[in-house]
Design a protein around this ligand. Sequence first.
Ligand SMILES: [Zn+2]
Length: 281
Amino acid sequence: MYKNLVDLFKENERKGAVGAFNVHCFEMLPSMIKGAEELNVPVILQTSLGTAEYIGFEPLIAAVKALAETSSVSVALHMDHCKDIEALKKAINCGYSSVMYDGSSLPLEENIKNTKEVVEYAHAHGVSVEGEVGSIGGAEEGVVVAKDAAMYTRPEDALRFASETGVDALAVSIGTTHGQYKSKAKINYELLAELKVKLGDTGLVLHGGTGVSDEDMRRCVREGMKKINVGTELNKSYIEVVSRTFTAEDVTPLTSLRKLLGPANDRIKEIVKEKASLFKL
Ligand SMILES: [Zn+2]
């Protein structure tokens, strides 16, 4: 079934966090859903605005809906980090079931005002919204936030933001970094506990999941994270596998592309399964 984040959070209540996996190309879609089906967990497929434009809003949404409708698990399609309100309205009108407005680089006041506008529009269309307070460092889609410019989320800001905007989910900065794959993040658990108490029903979201050790991942889930994003690991692994298959000695211009992409697609399914099993309580 095709659903939004609120539905997925409800369905997954007391079962852990829902995995949100960044789609980088069309081929990843069926593999991600197959991975979720094999574990019998709901799944969030998310794209950047760049990926939505690359694939095309309509074909992307039609494919996700078609896959979701015949799937045994619940599926949401979420627009990840987007600073463009008009683009978010387009995503909502075209059929995304969830969106993220990222105003984390703006002054809090302005972030609240813009997020509220997105929430009002989205909720009127049955679409859920994720916001961000504090700044998660690192590089994503070429947007670089220097590590020292990244800021922990201040619990009082998060509380004010959540109550004034009415967001369904909130990305918080507790020590993870986008694009981190060579080392592991140091999580600020004290801050996570304080945020959990202050935010109650608003689903906490962990970004930069690739850079979190398995042990920390399990602990973040136990301590209340509701959505966990994994992007870099998928991109990186796809490149690693196709680099190998495309350069194999027996490859000729007549080799079926399917044979070269298949192993990368299979790897995506395995990553979804590996990560999603860490998210289960
Ligand atoms: Zn992120």
